[in-house]
Write a protein that binds this ligand. Structure first.
Ligand code: S3P
Length: 179
């Protein structure tokens, strides 16, 4: 990729419950891009939900499936990619996503995240079920790492899905047009 070629995958990063999947799907519709959710790909490839995958085969297997999915996805173009909330810049293959990825951090305040993730109990948080103080620590730590790598940040605490997707689409179009 030369310097003036624009990255044409949009990669959504952020904590569980920040809205990566719902915002990502809407954003992909606005841009007419493919939508890929890496957790959903892992479910399709293994035929297991993430909690089942962990129970049966443990985190190592989850990580290796995630690496394969990320590798395959990073090789394609014009996608909105919702990453799993535990995929941090330290993860293997994160740099592969960077090569053609314009990164958007979805953030939300920990209280909002807690109430969003408590509504559904079929999701797997690697650290178990946290109380608010531990969640605050985790969100802060992960967001610090994420902020360094984000090209754009959207706070979804009070923003609806449509508005968040529209804000990202606007910023991305400006980036792609070279502004
Ligand atoms: C995780 C977040 C999940 C998924 C896995 C672990 C976490 O992704 O990758 O269950 O520990 O933060 P979502 O953020 O898409 O729910």
């Amino acid at each position: 990729m030369t310097n003036n070629e624009k990255k044409n995958n949009i990669v959504l990063i952020g904590f569980m419950g920040s809205g990566k999947t719902v915002v990502g799907r809407t954003l992909a519709g606005l841009l007419d891009y493919d939508f890929v959710d890496t957790d959903e790909q892992i479910r399709q490839v293994t035929g297991l939900t993430l909690p089942q995958l962990f129970r049966k085969h443990g985190e190592i297997r989850f990580r290796s499936e995630e690496e394969l999915v990320v590798k395959r996805t990073a090789a394609k173009q014009k996608q909105v990619i919702a990453t799993g909330g535990s995929l941090t810049p330290m993860a293997k293959n994160f740099d592969l996503l960077r090569q053609n990825g314009w990164f958007v951090l979805l953030s939300a305040d920990p209280q909002t995240i807690l109430s969003r993730i408590s509504r559904k109990n079929d999701r797997l948080l690697l650290c178990g079920k946290p109380d608010l103080p531990s969640l605050e620590n985790m969100v802060r730590e992960r967001e610090e790492a994420y902020r360094q790598t984000a090209d754009f940040i959207v706070d979804t605490t009070k923003m609806g899905v449509e508005d968040a997707a529209a804000a990202i689409a606007r910023q991305y179009r400006a980036y792609a047009a070279g502004e």
